[in-house]
Ligand binder design. Structure first.
Ligand code: EPZ
Length: 428
């Protein structure tokens, strides 16, 4: 079991380049299986969730070739299976996208109930509602979901909940359906638009992605293409919060500032200095940050995937802040870990009340999920003394080269393995 060891208190300075968006890439890779030609996908983040998705696709007969660390070619011409490998699938939420892809490609999909970060109940009823409307039969048996249709026919679908996963999955199935699908109350995240752009490059006919009504006119055939994934909005936001927490001065490069507006607005409200360029944002901070209230919402609201990092940042703000988690039932499990580091935070249901403290103190802590792990990295970097973070596989699911990127801007952070850990017990 690897751990991160962070010696906090360094002001970070320099440049960080943002990788491709995880939540776009985990949908675009399986989407490539919808055509019968080779797709080349660039700017893919080199993270464990992507490795897992590549293994799933290979296991199903696709030829997945790594051209370099961030470019992958997928040749799905020999894919014959409509069943995804259950042992690999259960660890990953995005594996549910294979339902839409296999249903669109073969008219049938067998996929086990998806895993992923544990935020309480994570239903997929809206995905299944969409597939049913397109004419599929959906059955759950022994943890395996079977969706099957003799023919998919376009339909008018209204989502009861704004869901990223359901929006993507329904688009994936509907691109090969007969006729027009109108998806209302759709999610509007940048990764939804990226998936639609990728599918359109393959010859799909999708309009309205990025608004709450998406129209998908089914096509008979999709062709191979070359496509580059957008930068990761949440990775960018995480480094912006880290720069501010360490009272640093960091230029975050390769970003789309438009995708970051809800985050930049809140950082400015906290008194953090931002200089926004075409594709870079400079973040600098000297004094203590101001308190701030935040409510998470679907895009263009403040993203739930930045909630733990911003809560960690506010834990040393001047005054009392409130963070309302309005997307997930249970996304405050990491607060106990921040408390070990001296944060003064109380949680009542979906609301965290953060009494800013003067400083955090390094402590042994555990990442309970991906963004919770990122929040602890932020806390460790600004805390006094040494922080060790366990269960870092969660962090590696979503942040490419996080250690090197942080070291390059002056952080004292390293990964130790179990053996190093024994010899290095004096570290702590
Ligand atoms: C995606 O999850 C992201 N994952 C999550 O990011 C992110 O937190 C979430 O969207 C919200 O932005 C990926 O893209 C792989 P949802 P997803 O369907 O699609 C309810 C990260 O840290 N709901 O938009 O699973 C659900 O319970 C990860 O990178 C239903 O009720 O999220 C939740 O309250 C973690 N029925 C809300 O909708 C459904 O059928 C939003 O979920 C589906 C969802």
């Amino acid at each position: 079991m690897d751990k991160l060891v962070i010696s906090g208190g360094k002001k970070l300075k320099g440049r960080v380049s943002i990788s491709g968006a995880k939540n776009a890439a985990v949908a675009i890779l399986p989407a490539a299986a919808l055509c019968d030609e080779v797709c080349r996908i660039e700017n893919i983040p080199n993270i464990s969730d992507i490795n897992l998705m590549c293994r799933i696709l290979s296991d199903m007969g696709a030829n997945v070739k790594m051209i370099n660390n961030n470019t992958i070619e997928i040749d799905p011409t020999h894919m014959i299976s409509n069943s995804a490998p259950h042992d690999l699938m259960k660890n990953m939420r995005a594996s549910s996208y294979l339902l839409g892809v296999l249903l669109g490609k073969f008219g049938e999909a067998n996929v086990c109930l998806p895993g992923g970060c544990d935020f309480g109940v994570r239903p997929i009823d809206q995905h299944l509602k969409g597939f049913s409307a397109l004419g599929a039969e959906c059955n759950l048996n022994g943890g395996i979901i079977n969706v099957r249709a003799d023919k998919l026919v376009g339909a008018h679908i209204y989502l009861d909940v704004v869901s990223v996963g359901a929006t993507m999955n329904i688009m994936l199935a509907a691109v090969r359906a007969e006729g027009l699908t109108v998806l209302e109350n759709a999610a509007k995240e940048p990764h939804i638009v990226d998936l639609a752009n990728f599918l359109n490059c393959m010859g799909a006919d999708i309009s309205g992605a990025g608004t709450d009504v998406i129209k998908i006119r089914g096509v008979k055939r999709l062709k191979g293409t070359t496509y580059s994934i957008i930068p990761d909005q949440i990775e960018a936001g995480t480094y912006m919060a880290i720069a501010a927490a360490t009272k640093g001065d960091v230029i975050i490069e390769n970003v789309i500032p438009k995708h970051l507006e809800s985050i930049t607005a809140k950082l400015e409200e906290m008194g953090i200095d931002l200089t926004i360029d075409d594709d870079a944002i400079r973040v600098s901070c000297s004094g203590r940050i101001k308190k701030c209230n935040i409510k998470t919402m679907p895009h263009p609201g403040f993203p739930t995937d930045m909630q733990p990092q911003i809560t960690a940042l506010l834990s040393t703000a001047d005054g009392t802040s409130m963070v309302n988690e309005a997307v997930w039932d249970n996304r405050f499990r990491y607060i106990d870990e921040l408390r070990r580091m001296g944060a003064n935070i109380s949680v009542d249901g979906r609301v965290a009340v953060i009494e800013g403290v003067d400083k955090l103190i390094g402590a042994p802590v555990k990442a309970v999920d991906l963004r919770a792990g990122a929040a602890l990295v932020l806390a460790g970097l600004c805390a006094e003394g040494t922080t060790t973070i366990e269960s870092i596989h969660h962090i590696e699911r979503g942040y490419e080269n996080i250690i090197e990127k942080l070291q390059n801007i002056g952080a004292d952070i390293k990964k130790i393995s179990c053996e190093d850990d024994k010899s290095g017990e004096s570290v702590g």
